[in-house]
Write a protein that binds this ligand. Structure first.
Ligand SMILES: [Zn+2]
Length: 280
């Protein structure tokens, strides 16, 4: 899950769980369920902090989901490599790799599913969020209105590195990943190996606009689900942005803008796709 998928999840959660009261929380018996709640010493310590609480707000910081509770606590979810939240009903059997089940007083439940368990869930007090190191160091968030091109321009100049690895660097910008950074560079008409401090102010603006528009479009199309089906939304449905992709995964196919075949190259171990004609 990259930034657009997490934002789709946040919006769905806002509609689905705000105002609902948590009846009970079960951390499943398998051992790697403890890995998901690794910041808590015991299953009961985690579930007791949630049971009986009402969800008042669902926020997002980078790729972290924050569910605010009516007693001043916050449930934080990070999906890691393969985590998912799925809405369910008691009578539906639990999918494989379900680690946590949150049951709501109003009916229905929510399951945290994660085959690789790099993701996690934990509860902290809202006034102690500042102590969560990972939340303190969130990079540029292109979906935030407070993200300005002046700030972006300054950061690009300061970094002085190649664009593709820079866009994939979570310390620089949150949640672009391999697919979206290729799409952003295509939309900006910039090549993956351009140096970030060599861009004209017009190119910086183009890149800034490309980042915002690509991610906003991806949210509108409810995220990207490739053939591996690794990402589905809260209701188990795949996204639709994969059919909108301009370069990613399209090696040899004609560019949607100029008909030149899309090319690819390995950058930092990942395959990057680009149009040799449209990007310079
Ligand atoms: Zn082209």
């Amino acid at each position: 899950m990259e930034l657009p998928e997490v934002e789709v999840m946040r919006r769905d959660l806002e509609k689905e769980v705000v105002g609902k009261r948590i009846k009970a929380v079960e951390v499943r018996p398998q051992r790697n369920a403890m890995r998901v709640i690794r910041r808590h010493a015991r299953r009961k310590e985690f579930s007791d902090r949630l049971a009986g609480k009402k969800v008042t707000k669902v926020d997002r910081k980078g790729k972290y989901i924050l569910m605010y509770l009516d007693d001043g606590d916050v449930l934080i979810v990070h999906f890691g490599m393969s985590g998912q939240l799925i809405r369910g009903q008691k009578r539906q059997s639990l999918p494989q790799h379900t680690h946590v089940v949150m049951e709501f007083q109003q009916g229905g439940d929510m399951r945290y599913v994660d085959p690789r368990t790099f993701g996690e869930m934990f509860v902290t007090a809202a006034d102690e969020l500042g102590k969560v190191r990972e939340l303190d160091h969130i990079a540029i968030d292109p979906l935030e209105d407070t993200f300005t091109w002046q700030e972006f321009s300054y950061e690009l100049g300061r970094r002085a590195s190649k664009l593709k690895p820079l866009l994939m660097d979570q310390k620089f910008v949150s949640g672009l990943g391999n697919i979206y950074s290729d799409e952003v560079l295509f939309a900006a008409g910039l090549k993956h190996d351009r140096m970030s401090d060599s861009l004209s102010s017009q190119e910086v603006r183009r890149l800034y606009r490309a980042m915002r528009e690509t991610l906003q479009d991806a949210v509108r199309f409810r995220g990207t689900t490739l053939d591996d089906e690794a990402y589905v939304d809260l209701f188990g449905k795949p996204g639709e942005f994969q059919s909108e992709l301009k370069v990613y995964g399209r090696k040899g196919l004609p560019c949607r803008r100029c008909r030149t075949p899309i090319d690819s190259i390995k950058v930092a171990g990942r395959t990057s796709y680009f149009c040799p004609q449209c990007q310079s």
